[in-house]
Design a protein around this ligand. Structure first.
Ligand code: PLP
Length: 242
């Protein structure tokens, strides 16, 4: 794939919206029932601005120091209405930066991280929106909490003062067949339905990436996290150690 340019990012944003609309139409949903999160990890400010100019306001990042640099640079240039989502693995020594710089964190999977994020959220900011990441892929190098841990984490997330519980996030297996994708995403949808009565905030279902967007939408996703289809393939070689 050629290196992405600002013009190609703009065209890609339109293509992804067309894919979302098509996937929604195929299962009788309206295109505005799915939020596009542009995953800009490893990508520079210029490409983020190109997606912004194409109308996007939700951006996802996975590496904290890279993300904070970009968030601060863009805020200094007046880009104050971007909603920043943290979607990467969270070590406890990084929670302070997530609490200070992000609007949404999607990848929370343990109690200690919830407690630290609430305690470290600055008082002048609104509560940090939180999603719990659930392991739906049955993989050994799993990320996300186990299904049995979910009730306890939901109870804690909804009780901490500086957090606002808004949904669930899941990543399907990279090598899953279309049928397995539907089953894995269906598991997350069923969990949302099971717990939404008790936790009415649980409105967002963040599932679906570049390669599995149609299956995620068919299974009920309300937010797709798309990197490659918008910004091209990622080159990790230029990144500093995090
Ligand atoms: C990188 C990443 C994405 C985007 O993946 P693409 O395949 O590039 O669309 C989505 N979700 C998470 C959790 C990621 O880390």
């Amino acid at each position: 794939m050629d290196a992405p340019t600002c013009a190609s990012v703009e065209a890609n944003v339109h293509k992804v919206h067309a894919q979302i609309a098509q996937a929604c139409a195929a299962c009788g949903r309206t295109a505005d029932s799915v939020q596009l999160l542009c995953v800009s990890k490893t990508k520079g400010e210029d490409l983020i601005k190109a997606a912004y100019d194409a109308g996007e306001r939700h951006f996802g990042e996975s590496y904290i120091s890279e993300a904070v640099d970009k968030i601060q640079a863009l805020k200094a240039q007046g880009f104050n209405d971007i909603v920043w989502h943290f979607i990467g693995p969270i070590q406890s020594n990084k929670t302070k930066h997530i609490a200070a710089h992000f609007d949404v964190v999607e990848s929370v999977e343990r109690r200690k991280i919830l407690e630290r994020l609430s305690a470290q959220r600055p008082d002048d900011l609104p509560p940090l929106k939180v999603m719990l990441q659930v392991n739906i892929s049955d993989e050994e190098q799993k990320q996300g909490c186990e299904i049995e841990e979910l009730p306890e984490l939901l109870t804690l997330a909804s009780s901490l003062p500086k957090l606002e519980l808004i949904g669930l996030m899941g990543v399907a297996r990279i090598d899953a067949t279309a049928e397995e994708l539907l089953a894995q995403f269906g598991t997350l949808k069923a969990l949302q339905e099971r717990y939404r009565g008790e936790f009415p905030g649980l409105a967002v279902l963040s599932m679906g990436m570049t390669h599995d967007l149609p299956q995620a939408i068919a299974a009920g996703s309300t937010e797709v996290r798309i990197g490659t289809a918008i910004f091209g393939e990622r080159d990790y070689s230029k990144m500093h150690a995090q």
